[in-house]
Design a protein around this ligand. Sequence first.
Ligand SMILES: [Zn+2]
Ligand SMILES: [Zn+2]
Length: 281
Amino acid sequence: MSRIDLHTHTTFSDGSFAPTDLIDLASQQGLDILAITDHDTTDGLFEAMEATKNLPLELIPGVELSAQFQNREVHILGYFINVTDSQFQLRLKTLRSTRIERIRHILDRLHTLGIDISLAEVEQTAGTGTIGRPHIAQVLIAKGHVTSMKEAFEGLLGSHGDAYVQRAVPEARDIIGWIIDAGGIPVLAHPYWEGLNKEDSIAACQTLAEQGLQGLEVFYGTFSARHISFNLGLARRFDLLMTGGSDFHGTLKPDIALGKGRGSLHVPPKVMERLRQAAGC
Ligand SMILES: [Zn+2]
Ligand SMILES: [Zn+2]
């Protein structure tokens, strides 16, 4: 049976494994199909493609983009993106610049809370990767302000944290369009439907489908069987593709294992068949 993980991050965003190391790990663990879905960049895919040569591992080009939807931030995965599409690359560049803006605002908030961290320190931690809140968290840990990622997010950087700043991102409708323009398939990542009741989740999913969404990440690293079955129902109801992945970040999310999530993740092979059909591959 093939082993599939369609949601992973590398050092090109906020993962701790370089693309080559991630490919090595996937191969060691006997994965057959792996998608790399870094935030706001496809730059890690070139190294990954090179590393996959001569390995019995198929690499699916992917990306994960943040979007605004009904006053909350959602993440949209794009699969089988044409990474050489210059318009798409320009759009990614714009998205990356909004990240720096947000980091600046968060650092201002931290400053008012008596925590001094410079943008240079966060940039140094991010290295070549797309900069994000986990990099601020790493600096907070290194400087002894917090003891763990969890503490950094719960107290300061997460949506209920004291230094939280929402990022100005495009509407889901636009992000979905950008992915389609680049030949990709837009899929809603980790559909938690946070804060929504059953009826509102169904309505939200319907709106996204009407806006061009083509799939739901039904199988996710931390989802319970109940959660999976709810999303499965939504995918069937609105004729959406199903995808699945761990959202592996390496040491930045140590409880999530590649290909396994918290242990029970299983992405059925038929998911891949349908995704491929939709992409015309
Ligand atoms: Zn995400
Ligand atoms: Zn992710």
